[in-house]
Design a binder for this molecule. Structure first.
Ligand SMILES: NC(=O)c1ccc[n+]([C@@H]2O[C@H](COP(=O)([O-])OP(=O)(O)OC[C@H]3O[C@@H](n4cnc5c(N)ncnc54)[C@H](OP(=O)(O)O)[C@@H]3O)[C@@H](O)[C@H]2O)c1
Length: 316
């Protein structure tokens, strides 16, 4: 046990970090130990990780000293930020800066940073195909993560940049599941036209991150994109219908209509889906299914994810 390399995981009680902790602990030949970082070691989720064998350590990324302390002695660190907890791109960039400084101070040897594209490199603010949001962003929760990459590079933190994909779990937890229309028929709504969406089981993000840590120093400085499937809205609806045993349609609304849905973050997500749609070949190309499978041989396809999770999808 003593020679196991510790991987400290921010967001360990959440989707991405939880997948990584479970991947480490499930590996019988592991050379790694999992240190789960949480704000509350007594929560049910934190206790569940402790019961699996994780070392649970309290820290809050808003408190840099607590994070630096939680990273002491760790070989690796997984960093994810919490945009949907506060909806602030500036705060998200600050979270990344704090994590980069803490990793540097603690001498972490390998960071995997969960990031996304700064979409302004494809859609400059002057491009009116989609509105500029919060004064200087196109897709705030993407742009902030992409902009925050430099927090790691500028400090020389040994980092792998992990480009994640749309969680299929959004169909369960983010209100994106099939809903009944005025005709009483179930349909999913995406402003993607006929373009393919790079999606993934949230659990597989952490599993792929574990594959990156196992490969080690050769991955430092690299950007790795992952997805479990590239599917059109039509293909997703057909797969959902098959899994649920009832027809599910695909409601291909315009990005403008999606932005106008009025829920918190609707404009951000409308721009995000438009980015997926308009830059489909770049976006899916940057998330090669073979690369993801080589990091995580158990990578789930959408059909496999549905077989395991269909009973959790609320049908409204
Ligand atoms: N939904 C998608 O399709 C999608 C796709 C790609 C990327 N993302 C990105 O994923 C990120 C969220 O990751 P996730 O889904 O894994 O999160 P999550 O499931 O919501 O969990 C986040 C965890 O982070 C911890 N946390 C929150 N604030 C913290 C703080 N101040 N200090 C320390 N820990 C804190 C919480 O743990 P405790 O309560 O135990 O402290 C929580 O369990 C977002 O930035 C989002 O943009 C989402």
């Amino acid at each position: 046990m003593a020679q196991e390399k510790i991987i400290a995981v921010v967001g360990a009680t959440g989707a991405q970090g939880g997948g990584l902790v479970r991947a480490i602990l499930a590996d019988p030949n592991r050379g790694f130990a999992a240190r789960a970082i949480t704000r509350d070691a007594r929560s049910d989720k934190a206790r569940a990780l402790a019961n699996l064998g994780a070392d649970v350590v309290e820290a809050d990324i808003d408190n840099e000293a607590s994070l630096t302390k939680a990273l002491q002695g760790a070989y690796g660190a997984y960093f994810v930020t919490f945009f949907w907890a506060h909806f602030s791109p500036e705060k998200e960039i600050e979270e990344a800066r704090i994590m980069a400084r803490a990793a540097k101070a603690a001498g972490v040897k390998h960071v995997v940073w969960s990031t996304l594209e700064d979409t302004r490199q494809w859609v400059p603010l002057s491009d009116n195909r989609m509105p500029t949001l919060m004064g200087k962003y196109k897709v705030p929760h993407f742009d902030a993560k992409g902009e925050a990459n430099k927090a790691f590079t500028e400090l020389g933190v040994p980092t792998t940049f992990l480009l994640t994909s749309f969680y299929w779990d959004n169909l369960i937890y983010f209100g994106m599941g099939p809903k009944k229309g005025p005709d009483g028929k179930l349909a999913i709504t995406l402003p993607m036209g006929g373009a393919k969406l790079a999606g993934i089981a949230a659990e597989d993000i952490g599993q792929c991150a574990y594959g990156i840590f196992k490969r080690g120093p050769e991955m430092i400085g690299k950007t790795v994109g992952i997805a479990g499937d590239h599917l059109t809205g039509e293909q997703m609806a057909t797969a959902l219908g098959k899994a649920l045993g009832k027809p599910v349609g695909y409601n291909a609304v315009t990005p403008d209509a999606y932005r106008g849905l009025g829920f918190p973050g609707a404009e951000d997500l409308g721009n995000m889906f438009q980015f997926y749609r308009d830059f489909e070949s770049y976006f899916c190309g940057a998330r090669d299914l073979g690369v993801a499978r080589s990091l995580n041989p158990e990578l789930q396809t959408f059909d496999q994810w549905l077989a395991r999770n269909k009973s959790k999808i609320p049908l409204e």
